[in-house]
Design a protein around this ligand. Structure first.
Ligand SMILES: Cc1cc2nc3c(=O)[nH]c(=O)nc-3n(C[C@H](O)[C@H](O)[C@H](O)COP(=O)(O)OP(=O)(O)OC[C@H]3O[C@@H](n4cnc5c(N)ncnc54)[C@H](O)[C@@H]3O)c2cc1C
Length: 385
């Protein structure tokens, strides 16, 4: 067992932290007041952050990418989440474009890779529908073959980057008689055929675009199929393992921001003639916050470590997501408590950390679903059908 980052990962963490604190942190609170990012803003941030490995890190070297392991991508994600959860989530989803392009047919790869190398292709992934959230096995969107074209009909909802994405990996039913075994993932491209969408407002991640997407007789060339036909559901379940581990790391980043803010406030704020940090009950809250954050971080990186080794991490990624995301709600709530009244005000960042942490327990499978997966993997009996 090795709990240390490599020398390169430590250097990267330090360099990214320095850069983010100078170049990004000063604009966060003001920008959060003005709603979701535009596509152009996101492309601008990607270009700025790509040299560290954000976005391009998931692209294989043979296509000009950095091919970073997931732990290194986790380090980047944790540091960005510590500064700006909205941006970490947006870039995390945008990089589904470089991540999935390796599986696309040659023609699509040749078309998209130059755009990816410029940081110009924003990705998203559309599974959820109005009638299918936790139960993705019952999606209703169809993609029916008509000659060499898929004709897509359906509504996708709560899709991260759905309002700004250039490409979307869309899960649809291609064979109605086979349930989840009749679902395929199809790459749809806005420039070739625009889709209608509407933005959804949220409690946290205020700059993170999240939308509902509408497809009516929407036509896509057959070659836009990702992977083999009817492998979409399986592919989605496997991708969840990475996504859930990433959410745990994101939780650790938000928690770390809450701890850092709380420690510095506890040192400065005086009551009863002493810094509040000298009171044992404040120290207990800080100790609990650190314990939960360390546990969240270790669970997240452990799941990534398994995935990097090519080992399935069904239990580990769900355990990490369930624990870390709920822990982030507790940790950021304690940060508000330590700040007293000002913790509730948007003059201080801890109310944003709390709102951002509250976002974590729903996407990529709500906590209850993660626990059911842990239970299924541990006991060998499925409690949900
Ligand atoms: C910010 C955000 C971003 C998102 N991004 C994407 C995206 O990019 N792509 C995408 O496809 N989807 C996305 N989603 C959708 C997300 O995956 C779903 O919201 C999530 O899976 C839960 O589905 P639901 O909201 O329909 O809740 P429901 O499935 O209706 O669940 C409601 C409640 O019931 C509980 N529940 C459901 N089934 C069971 C059960 N068997 N046992 C016990 N409890 C149960 C749930 O845990 C939850 O507490 C996003 C959601 C959010 C909030």
């Amino acid at each position: 067992m090795d709990f240390e980052f490599t020398e390169e990962q430590r250097m990267l963490k330090k360099n990214v932290r320095d850069f983010l604190s100078k170049e990004i942190a000063p604009i966060v609170d003001e920008r959060e007041r003005h709603g979701p990012f535009t596509r152009e803003e996101v492309v601008g941030f990607i270009k700025k952050l790509m040299p560290f490995g954000f976005y391009i890190g998931v692209l294989p070297k043979e296509y000009g990418g950095m091919e970073l392991d997931r732990i290194t991508m986790g380090v980047l994600n944790e540091e960005l989440s510590r500064v700006w959860a909205s941006l970490a989530a947006t870039i995390g989803i945008a990089q589904l474009a470089p991540l999935n392009i390796a599986d696309a047919p040659d023609e699509l790869r040749q078309k998209f890779i130059p755009q990816i190398l410029e940081g110009e292709l924003i990705g998203c992934s559309a599974i959820t529908e109005p009638n299918a959230g936790s139960d993705a096995s019952h999606i209703e969107t169809t993609a029916m073959l008509d000659g060499n074209t898929y004709v897509i009909n359906g509504t996708k909802t709560w899709i991260s980057n759905g309002t700004i994405a250039d490409v979307c990996m869309l899960l649809a039913v291609t064979d109605k008689s086979k349930g989840p075994l009749g679902m395929s993932t199809i790459l749809v491209e806005k420039a070739a055929s625009p889709w209608e969408s509407k933005e959804l407002h949220k409690i946290g991640w205020r700059c993170f675009p999240t939308g509902e997407m509408y497809f009516t007789d929407y036509r896509v060339p057959k070659m836009n199929l990702l992977g083999d036909v009817a492998t979409g559901y399986k592919r989605t379940m496997r991708e969840f393992e990475s996504a859930r581990s990433g959410m745990a790391i994101m939780a650790a980043g938000i928690c770390q921001a809450a701890i850092d803010a709380s420690i510095s406030y506890a040192r400065e704020r005086k009551q009863f003639g002493r810094p509040i940090g000298s009171f044992q009950l404040i120290q207990e809250m800080i100790a609990d916050m650190i314990a939960e954050t360390e546990a969240a971080r270790l669970l997240g990186y452990r799941a990534f470590c398994l995935i990097d080794k090519g080992v399935r991490a069904r239990l580990e990624s769900s355990l990490a997501k369930a624990y870390a995301c709920e822990a982030a709600v507790r940790v950021t709530s304690k940060a508000i408590q330590i700040h007293g009244a000002v913790g509730l005000s948007d003059e201080y960042p801890v109310e944003r950390y709390f709102r951002d942490a509250r976002m974590l327990t729903i996407p990529d499978g709500a906590t209850q679903i993660q626990k059911l997966i842990v239970g299924r993997e541990a006991i060998g009996i499925k409690a949900f059908v």
